[in-house]
Design a protein around this ligand. Structure first.
Ligand code: SF4
Ligand code: FES
Length: 258
């Protein structure tokens, strides 16, 4: 099949950027979306043109590197699917597809469809870890974890840090990502010693990175390829308020949604 692509081309962070039209020919329904772009890029390279820049690594939905908007939807039209796992059978011959990078102040465009997501790394560095000695794997197994907590932690730990939640949110909030990271440590016994410091530090960092606040719109959950639930945001906010009560003697929700 044949498709028309309108792709955001931006040479550098300071370039104003513009949409450029390309034809994708001989597209097999079995190709992944990124393989289709690889073919377009081969043609561009053979013509001496600059290939379309996009991020990818594992191409099996686990690393979080890929991601851009397809017709205004983060990761495209298939729920619970990264763009590297999206196949061209989801589209029809003759379709016109608009490809754009994640749009958020905290994710500046580096080139074309590639954005700088190092703000996420700084949120993790602010507290998304356990710094008390947790022992080796056998020691970990000595600490019994209630099944329900283990399942909540595992579901939250599925977040791959792709950034689709931020791109889909009208507030460009990082709450789903931050809430997932806080949840996956905060419900396990090993995460308890730093639980409340962690939430304060990570929420403060998210605010400092200029991500917006959560207003419970839910677009993040709808586009998340790992189907992270809004409940993780509720857990983050609850822990943040508890932390504020214990350190300041009263609730302080300032920045709790960041
Ligand atoms: S919460 Fe979902 S959409 Fe957001 S970074 Fe994690 S995996 Fe991606
Ligand atoms: S390339 Fe790794 S998740 Fe898409």
């Amino acid at each position: 099949m044949r498709l028309t692509l309108r792709v955001w081309r931006q040479k550098s962070p300071t370039d104003p950027g513009r949409m450029v039209q390309y034809e994708a020919r001989n597209v097999s329904p079995d190709m992944s979306f990124l393989e289709m772009l690889d073919v377009v890029n081969e043609e561009l390279t053979l013509k001496g043109e600059d290939p379309i820049a996009f991020d990818s690594d594992c191409r099996e939905g686990i690393c979080g590197m890929c991601g851009f908007m397809i017709n205004g939807v983060a990761h495209g039209p298939r729920r619970g699917t990264t763009v590297c796992q999206l196949h061209m059978r989801k589209f029809k011959g003759g379709d016109a597809l608009y490809l754009e990078p994640w749009r958020a102040r905290a994710f500046p465009v580096i080139k074309d469809l590639v954005v700088d997501r190092s703000a996420f790394d700084r949120i993790i560095a602010a507290g998304g870890f356990i710094s008390v000695p947790a022992g080796s794997a056998p020691d970990g197994n000595v600490i019994l974890v209630p099944k329900q907590n283990a399942e909540i932690a595992m579901d939250a730990a599925a977040c791959i840090g792709c950034g689709a939640c931020v791109a889909a949110c009208p507030n460009a909030s990082a709450s789903l990502f931050t809430g997932a990271k806080i949840t996956h440590l905060g419900v396990l016994p090993q995460g308890q010693p730093e639980r409340y410091d962690r939430v304060v530090r990570m929420v403060a960092q998210a605010s400092a990175e200029l991500f917006g606040s959560c207003t419970n719109i839910g677009e993040c959950e709808a586009v998340c390829p790992k189907e992270i639930k809004l409940e993780t945001i509720a857990r983050m906010n609850r822990d943040f308020i508890k932390a504020s009560w214990s350190t300041r003697g009263g609730p302080d929700t300032n920045g709790a949604g960041g």
